[in-house]
Design a protein around this ligand. Structure first.
Ligand SMILES: O=C[C@H](O)[C@H](O)COP(=O)(O)O
Ligand SMILES: C=C(OP(=O)(O)O)C(=O)O
Length: 506
C-alpha cells in the first residue's frame, strides 16, 4: 500500500450510470504462447471484447444483485460515490500484481485473510488493529518457514457484500429476504432490516475509507516495523501454545536484527519500518464497483478503485454473465473462486477471457472444494491450465468447501480446514506446480465460530462467542496455528527443492 502522491490526480472520476465516457479498449483473445499447445481462443459467442466499458456488464445477466424498491435512489447513491476519491491508487495495483507474479513462481507467498462480512456494528479501531497485527504475526511465521516475502491481502475495507445460496430465509414460518451484507441490508430478522437500502452503499464506502486510513497509518507509521515483531502478540494469545511458538520466532527475528545492526544495517531503511498491505473483496455488487471504476491517466487504463484486488465468486463466475464482463476490463490484479464444479475446459476459457495477454500476477485461481474433492479434481484443472500455457497464481481457500451446520450454527472444523491445505500442498507437490497462497476467513477476535484446533472450541462452545454475520471465521489462535502448519509445508517445499537442485548439480 505505497502512497503515491502523483496517482490520485491521475485517476479520473466518472459519472455513475448516466452520461458515461466509454473508453474502448482492445483485448487480444488468444493466450500469448508461453507453451505452444493448445492455442487458446475464446469462443466467438463469448467475445465482444472491444466494447468493454465500466457499464458494459449491464447488458449481461447479473446474479446475486439486490432488489431495490427505488432504483432512482440507487443512481443518486452511486453518483455520490462516483464523486468521492478512489480508495486505492492504480500504481499500488501494479505493484501488487508484480508481487503476485512472484507468488506464481514460488518466489513469494500470498496470505489473504479477514472477515467473512464486515459489519457496520462491529466497526472499531481496535478490531482493525487486532486483525492487522494477527496478519502481521502470521506473515512473520510464514516468512520464517518459507524464506520468501509474504504478500498481505486483507479481506477488509470493502468486504461487505455476500452472495447467498437462497434469496430468502424462513424462521418460525416467517419468510424474509436473505441478509446480503451490510452494504445491502441488515442482519436482524425484521422486514425493515432486510429491505435493501441504497444509502448503505455510501456508508460502506465511508467505513472503507476510514478503515484504509488506519491501515495505511499502521503500515507506514511505524506500527509494522520489524523491530516490533515481539509486540504484535495479542493479549489473550500470550499463554497459548501458538503465542509461545510465535514468541520463539519473534526472539529469533530480534536476534537477527541485532546481528544485522552490529554488521552496520541502517534500521531506518523502509523495509525495517514499513510493510506493504493490500485490500481485497469479492467483486459482487456491481453498482458499487462501477461507481468506483476510474481511468488512470498515467496509463489510460481502467481500475476498480474500491480495493487493490477483486475476486469473482464461485456463484457469479459464469462465462457470459455480468461479473466476468466487468472484471475482464479492470486492470487490477483479480481472482476467481473455483469449486469442484469447475470444468477443465471452462477454466481455460475463463482465464483467457480475464487475462488474455497472459500477464503474470494478473489472475489468481482460488480453489475451494474440500480436501477430498480437491485431491480428485484439482489435478485436472492444473493440467488444463498448464497445457494451455496460462500463468496463474494458485491459492487455497480451505474455508468455503468445509461449511456445515452443527447445533443450528454454521461452522467449520479446524481439522477439515487443515486437511484441505494439506491436500493443496500435496497435489502441487505431485504435479510439480506452485502453491501460491492461502485465503482465510479469520478475525483477530477471540470468537468461537469454528470447531477444534489448539483452542479446542467444542460444539457446545459455538454459542458463547459466535459473532459473525455470515460464515464462521477462524479465531486468532486457530489462524496462527494454520500459519504454523503452512509455514512447515513451505519449509518442506523449500528443502525439497534445494535437495533436488543439489542432486541435479552433483
Ligand atoms: O461467504 C460465502 C457465502 O456468502 C456464504 O457461504 C453463503 O452462505 P449461505 O449458503 O448460508 O447463503
Ligand atoms: C463468498 C465467498 O466465497 P465463494 O465465492 O468461494 O463461495 C467468500 O469468499 O466470501
Amino acid at each position: 500500500m505505497k502512497l503515491q502522491v502523483s496517482q490520485p490526480q491521475g485517476l479520473r472520476a466518472r459519472p455513475c450510470a448516466g452520461v458515461l465516457r466509454v473508453h474502448p479498449r482492445r483485448h487480444t483473445v488468444s493466450v500469448s504462447a508461453v507453451a505452444s499447445e493448445p492455442r487458446l481462443v475464446v469462443p466467438a459467442s463469448l467475445q465482444g471484447a472491444s466494447t468493454w466499458s465500466p457499464t458494459s456488464w449491464r447488458s449481461k445477466p447479473a446474479l446475486q444483485q439486490p432488489e431495490y424498491l427505488d432504483q432512482s435512489e440507487v443512481v443518486k447513491a452511486c453518483e455520490e460515490i462516483a464523486r468521492m476519491p478512489p480508495l486505492i491508487f492504480a500504481g499500488e495495483c501494479r505493484t501488487l500484481q508484480q508481487r503476485l507474479a512472484k507468488a506464481a513462481t514460488g518466489e513469494a507467498f500470498v496470505l489473504f485473510g479477514g472477515d467473512c462480512a464486515e459489519a457496520f456494528s462491529q466497526f472499531s479501531a481496535n478490531r482493525i488493529r487486532d486483525l492487522y497485527r494477527l496478519l502481521l504475526q502470521m506473515s512473520t511465521v510464514l516468512a520464517f518457514g518459507g524464506g520468501v516475502p509474504i504478500v498481505k491481502l486483507g479481506r477488509i475495507a470493502g468486504q461487505f457484500a455476500k452472495p447467498r445460496s437462497a434469496p430468502t430465509e424462513t424462521i418460525n414460518g416467517v419468510t424474509l429476504p436473505a441478509y446480503r451484507g451490510d452494504i445491502i441490508n441488515g442482519p436482524e430478522f425484521t422486514e425493515e432490516a432486510r429491505r435493501c437500502d441504497p444509502w448503505r452503499l455510501v456508508r460502506a464506502y465511508n467505513q472503507s475509507a476510514a478503515t484504509l486510513n488506519l491501515l495505511r497509518g499502521f503500515s507506514y507509521g511505524g506500527y509494522a516495523g520489524l523491530s516490533r515483531v515481539s509486540q504484535w502478540n495479542l493479549d489473550f494469545m500470550k499463554n497459548t501454545p501458538e503465542g509461545h511458538a510465535y514468541m520463539d520466532i519473534a526472539k529469533r527475528v530480534d536476534e537477527a536484527i541485532q546481528f544485522m545492526i552490529a554488521c552496520g544495517m541502517d534500521t531506518n531503511m523502509p523495509f525495517m519500518r514499513e510493510t506493504e498491505f493490500y485490500t481485497c473483496h469479492e467483486c459482487l455488487l456491481l453498482d458499487y464497483e462501477e461507481a468506483l471504476t476510474r481511468l488512470d491517466s498515467t496509463t489510460d487504463r481502467w481500475y476498480g478503485c474500491s480495493a487493490h484486488f477483486l475476486w469473482c465468486g464461485e456463484r457469479t463466475r459464469q462465462l457470459d454473465h455480468a461479473h466476468v464482463e466487468f472484471m475482464r476490463g479492470v486492470n487490477n490484479p483479480i481472482g476467481v473462486k473455483v469449486s469442484d464444479k469447475m470444468d477443465p475446459n471452462d477454466i481455460v476459457t475463463l482465464i483467457a477471457m480475464l487475462n488474455p495477454t497472459n500477464k503474470p500476477g494478473r489472475l489468481s485461481i482460488i480453489v475451494r472444494m474440500g480436501a477430498r474433492k480437491l485431491r480428485e479434481r484439482m489435478p485436472a484443472l492444473i493440467e488444463a491450465v498448464r497445457r494451455s500455457g496460462q500463468v496463474v497464481t494458485w491459492v487455497c481457500d480451505p474455508m468455503h468447501g468445509n461449511t456445515e451446520t452443527v447445533t443450528g450454527y454454521k461452522t467449520r472444523r479446524y481439522e477439515n480446514i487443515r486437511s484441505e491445505i494439506e491436500a493443496f500442498f500435496d497435489v502441487h507437490e505431485l504435479m510439480g506446480t506452485v502453491p501460491g497462497g492461502v485465503h482465510l476467513e479469520m478475525t483477530g477476535d477471540n470468537v468461537t465460530e469454528c470447531i477444534g484446533g489448539g483452542a479446542s472450541v467444542s460444539e457446545d462452545d459455538l454459542n458463547s462467542r459466535y459473532h459473525t454475520h455470515c460464515d464462521p471465521r477462524l479465531n486468532a489462535e486457530q489462524s496462527l496455528e494454520i500459519a504454523f502448519y503452512v509455514a512447515q509445508r513451505l519449509r518442506q517445499r523449500r528443502e525439497n527443492l534445494a535437495a533436488k537442485a543439489a542432486a541435479a548439480s552433483s
